[in-house]
Design a binder for this molecule. Structure first.
Ligand SMILES: Nc1nc2c(ncn2[C@@H]2O[C@H](COP(=O)(O)OP(=O)(O)OP(=O)(O)O)[C@@H](O)[C@H]2O)c(=O)[nH]1
Ligand SMILES: [Mg+2]
Length: 219
């Protein structure tokens, strides 16, 4: 298991680093997806399901955490390429750190490279990592008011995955209200209610990812 420890990148411009990484991954035909959410919303479980379902794609995962290797070990156990990044206590990844993590994946070519960002709804939304797409996850146990309380991530994301919908009967999560509030902040956001546990809703999300990969490679 490959593990790297990174500090915040000292650079003139995070935006310039982000644009450079985007241009590089574009030239390689690799779509980099920045996956953001609060801790425990189901990022690694969702990515594990996608790796199994989209077996025809070459997929790699960069796992960013403050500590532990458990997430990268879960991904590697599925046979996918993974690197564990320790962020030296930082609550987000910047573009320079993401480029270093991408380099650590080696010379193999991938169709999709996921960055599983550090788990929280605030800091990751503030940094352009150089990803081609941003996908955020909100689980039903977190409450339907989160678009109101943490608007930036909802504004910034291309897709909102509402996860753990198998648990909807046990929570007072108002799905239409959550979708309404998210779309009010970001009319273009694609919304996918899913359960990575039962598979419900996964086909639509995976089709969206396949379309994004095709678009990235051809346009
Ligand atoms: N019921 C249910 N539980 C789920 C689902 N997806 C994930 N979980 C559970 O939620 C917990 C957290 O899942 P993870 O995938 O580790 O969440 P994470 O966002 O990667 O967590 P961090 O990396 O620590 O931020 C685990 O106990 C999972 O089994 C789901 O679709 N339904
Ligand atoms: Mg995780």
């Amino acid at each position: 298991m490959k593990r790297i420890t990174l500090n915040a990148t000292v650079t003139a411009s995070n935006e310039r680093d982000a644009d450079a990484l985007r241009a590089r991954t574009k030239a390689m035909g690799t779509l980099l997806v920045n996956v953001m959410s609060s801790a425990g919303s189901g990022k690694t479980t969702l990515l594990s399901r996608i790796i199994k379902d989209l077996a025809g794609l070459r997929i790699a995962v960069m796992e960013a955490d403050i500590a532990s290797d458990v997430d990268a070990e879960r991904i590697e156990a599925l046979g996918a390429a993974a690197v564990q990044v320790h962020t030296s206590g930082m609550c987000h990844m910047d573009a320079g750190m993401t480029a270093a993590a991408f380099d650590a994946l080696g010379d193999e070519r991938f169709d999709l490279a996921f960055l599983e960002n550090v788990g929280n709804l605030i800091c990751p939304a503030e940094y352009d990592t150089g990803a081609g797409k941003k996908l955020m996850i909100l689980s039903v146990s977190e409450g339907d008011d989160k678009p109101l309380k943490y608007p930036l991530m909802f504004k910034e994301s291309d897709a909102l995955v509402i996860s753990k919908i198998d648990a909807l009967p046990y929570f007072d999560f108002d799905l239409p209200r959550c979708i309404y509030c998210a779309k009010k902040l970001n009319p273009g956001i694609a919304v996918f209610p899913v359960s990575a546990k039962t598979g419900e809703g996964m086909a639509a999300l995976e089709q969206w990812l396949l379309d994004c990969v095709n678009d990235w490679k051809t346009n």
